[in-house]
Design a protein around this ligand. Structure first.
Ligand SMILES: Nc1ncnc2c1ncn2[C@@H]1O[C@H](COP(=O)(O)OP(=O)(O)OP(=O)(O)O)[C@@H](O)[C@H]1O
Length: 358
């Protein structure tokens, strides 16, 4: 064999070796990708149940039950929005779960253990949960930092200080560490209470309308940071709200209460696309509601249309423009189809008569 022939054989061997290596790498990459996908799937679809409310019956007054046979499950790491109009029972349900009131019958099970409400605990509240009620319950003569650090151990003061700083950053109160809560606004006190609840990384966090006192820009910032922190730390969150738009992007499930009855329990997308009734649709924002007669008159496929779901088109249902107002990202138009007033959002200002596509 000549030198050139030997070199050619060597090159061919190297090529084959490279080919096998490439094939092997590709195979192992696909294998690992599959494993990662499986773990991801498992994380979301085989979550462990953390809280179970079973056939809960509760009344403030004996003749009028607020909850009758209420059932609700919360999985580990799940974010659930508890929605409903004022007075539907959101705060009461959170207080019952946290163990601040006795219920008449039914069961509340947390981590597989039956809870007994106030009679089961010397100190009010369950130890693995934290509840931020609407009264905040702050220590008025301790600084903001001391309030936030209230439940953090003093064994390592440096790490405690760092944790408090991290939490104050999340709620946007870094510059208020040394201020007393009595000198803060309602919204600021609310944020201190949230930071304090996050401090001990509870397994379950119960927040009662946590954004009610916050201005628009603060709300955006806090929501992002709060939900990310909750997700990163695999906490379960039950958050009450009367405005679903506030929590829709982050919630795994929307649970809707109407006068103490649980009427819908679905994913945000399902709730938005198929609200159970007019009450649920209105919790999701401005909405056009059509009666059965109007549905057949305008040939509509559903009952509820949000203003952006109705498009201005070349032809379709004719409407008269009553008003077209600039609303930032869109124009908010009041229209009338025959006698039916509706609201439609458009990219341009409207006038005269238009055609609508549903
Ligand atoms: N201490 C109480 N005694 C008697 N009835 C009460 C008491 N607290 C609340 N209620 C009633 O129970 C119902 C539910 O109240 P709850 O505060 O749980 O509603 P909510 O949905 O949290 O309202 P909001 O959004 O205004 O906080 C309401 O009709 C309310 O009037």
């Amino acid at each position: 064999m000549t030198n050139t022939e030997a070199e050619m054989i060597n090159n061919a061997e190297i090529k084959v070796a490279f080919f096998i290596l490439k094939f092997y790498l590709l195979l192992s990459f696909t294998f690992f990708a599959k494993i990662i996908k499986l773990l991801h799937f498992q994380k979301y679809y085989f979550r462990k149940m953390l809280l179970e409310v079973k056939n809960l019956y509760f009344n403030y007054q004996t003749n009028q039950p607020l909850f009758q046979n209420l059932n609700l499950n919360v999985d580990e790491g799940q974010i659930i929005a508890l929605a409903g109009e004022s007075g539907c029972g959101k705060s009461t349900l959170l207080s019952l779960i946290y163990g601040l009131m006795d219920w008449q019958s039914g069961e509340i099970i947390f981590e597989g253990q039956k809870l007994f409400g106030p009679k089961g605990n010397l100190v009010p509240g369950e130890s693995q949960m934290k509840f931020v009620a609407q009264n905040y319950d702050l220590m008025p003569y301790a600084t903001v930092a001391d309030n936030v650090g209230k439940f953090i151990s003093n064994i390592n003061l440096k790490s405690k200080k760092e944790k408090v700083e991290e939490l104050l950053d999340i709620v946007g109160l870094k510059d208020y560490a040394k201020v007393l809560p009595k000198n803060l606004s309602g919204g600021q006190q609310q944020r201190v209470a949230i930071a304090r609840a996050l401090a001990i990384l509870p397994k379950m966090l119960l927040l009662d309308e946590p954004f009610s006192n916050l201005d628009f820009s603060r709300k955006f910032e806090l929501r992002d940071k709060l939900f990310n922190y909750v997700r990163q730390n695999n906490m379960s969150l039950l958050i009450s709200t009367h405005n679903l738009e506030e929590v829709l992007p982050w919630a795994d499930k929307i649970v809707v209460l109407q006068q103490g009855r649980l009427i819908q329990n679905d994913s945000p997308k399902e709730t938005y696309e198929n609200p159970y009734n007019d009450y649920v649709a209105k919790l999701l924002g401005e909405v056009n509601i059509f009666s059965e007669e109007e549905k057949s008159e305008f040939n509509l496929s559903k009952k509820h249309y949000f203003p952006h779901q109705i498009k201005i088109a070349e032809n379709g249902v004719e409407a008269v423009v009553l008003e077209s107002l600039f609303a930032g990202s869109h124009y908010r138009n009041k229209l009338r189809i025959n006698d039916k007033p509706i609201v439609v959002y458009s990219q341009n200002v409207l006038s005269g008569n238009v055609f609508l596509k549903f």
